[in-house]
Design a protein around this ligand. Structure first.
Ligand code: BEZ
Ligand code: FE
Length: 313
């Protein structure tokens, strides 16, 4: 008979009804309240999952093999664990829980979207109006992106906002995935002046598959799903006194716009690339304004509480 249960209990239930509580009770008194909360809930859900699905040892082992393979594949250029979370929508859900603002305001700050695994710190600081394209000139649709960073509540321009931007090359690869691209290609940081305005040249992005040669790809295949993301550009916005924004904008006309493999598209982040005439450096124009919330405003209206962004910003 299993631990801690009576024979009557074991007969009345298919599985020992006391087992899960016994595992939860093993947590010692020095565990912090948050660790206790998170692990208690995790144990409960894991055990319920196993019981509900009558998970076999072989199935559990197959899952472990995938997790171990994901660990072995991961390094500073590849985060397979994050990819696994992404295809199950977990990064998008956690992003929503962390950053959602209760919307009592007329206007709202720019919506957030997942960071994804391809951000790199220390992207080159560029002068306003520079291009982030290097070494692949002649490829892709050159785009002039510009706009203003404002305070979402007052509408005033935000000075000193840093726009950290990155996207893939026309072959669908980020520079760290592709030995054919120069270091830090298609990445840059731009800082706004008093008028809050920004402008730079980039490429019109393309849809691309998330890496599918590992466990995430095996799961996508088993689920009869494709690995593609719609064309998008990533941003992290930071500014003194303002809550950082991690986000992406999505090309309305892109394939997969309604079917993102990692569920990150939000209506307010869909944009229109416009044909651009009169600039020898760009075929397309992309006007886009960002709206930021002060820490104070963000705290007042945060659903999840005052959570700081860790890691990237
Ligand atoms: C990305 O957009 O860079 C990305 C997001 C999730 C998984 C893989 C890539
Ligand atoms: Fe991306």
């Amino acid at each position: 008979m299993a631990q801690n249960g009576t024979i009557e209990d074991a007969k009345a239930h298919k599985f020992n009804p006391h087992f899960t509580q016994a595992v939860i009770n093993a947590t010692g008194p020095k565990a912090t309240p948050r660790v206790r909360q998170l692990t208690t809930s995790l144990i409960q859900h894991l055990h319920d999952y196993a019981r509900e699905n009558e998970l076999t040892v072989d199935e559990w082992m197959a899952g472990l093999d995938l997790l171990n393979e994901a660990g072995r594949m991961s390094d500073d250029r590849r985060n397979e664990g994050q990819l696994l979370c992404d295809i199950f929508g977990l990064e998008t859900l956690v992003d929503e829980i962390t950053y959602k603002l209760a919307s009592d305001a007329q206007d709202e700050p720019t919506a957030t979207a997942i960071l994804g695994p391809f951000w790199r710190k220390d992207a080159p600081q560029k002068a306003m109006g520079d291009t982030i394209v290097s070494g692949i000139e002649g490829k892709g649709d050159r785009t002039y992106m510009h706009g203003t960073v404002t305070d979402f509540r007052t509408g005033k321009p935000v000075e000193g906002a840093v726009l950290d931007v990155w996207h893939t090359a026309p072959n669908g690869l980020y520079e760290q995935q592709d030995p054919g691209q120069p270091e830090m290609n298609l990445r840059g940081r731009f800082t706004t002046g008093k008028d809050g305005k920004y402008r730079f040249y980039c490429l019109r992005p393309v849809p691309y598959p998330i890496p599918y040669d590992g466990p995430a790809g095996k799961i996508l295949q088993a689920l009869d799903r494709h690995p593609y993301r719609p064309a998008h550009i990533h941003f992290i916005l930071t500014a003194p006194g303002y809550k950082p924004i991690v986000t992406q904008i999505f090309d309305r006309n892109s394939k997969y716009i309604g079917d993102d493999a990692v569920f990150a598209v939000k209506e307010s982040l869909i944009v229109d690339f416009k044909p651009f005439e009169g600039d020898p450096n760009a075929e397309f124009e992309l006007p886009y304004d960002f709206k930021m919330a002060t820490f104070e405003d963000a705290k007042k209206h945060s659903v999840a509480g005052a959570t700081e962004v860790s890691g990237a910003v």
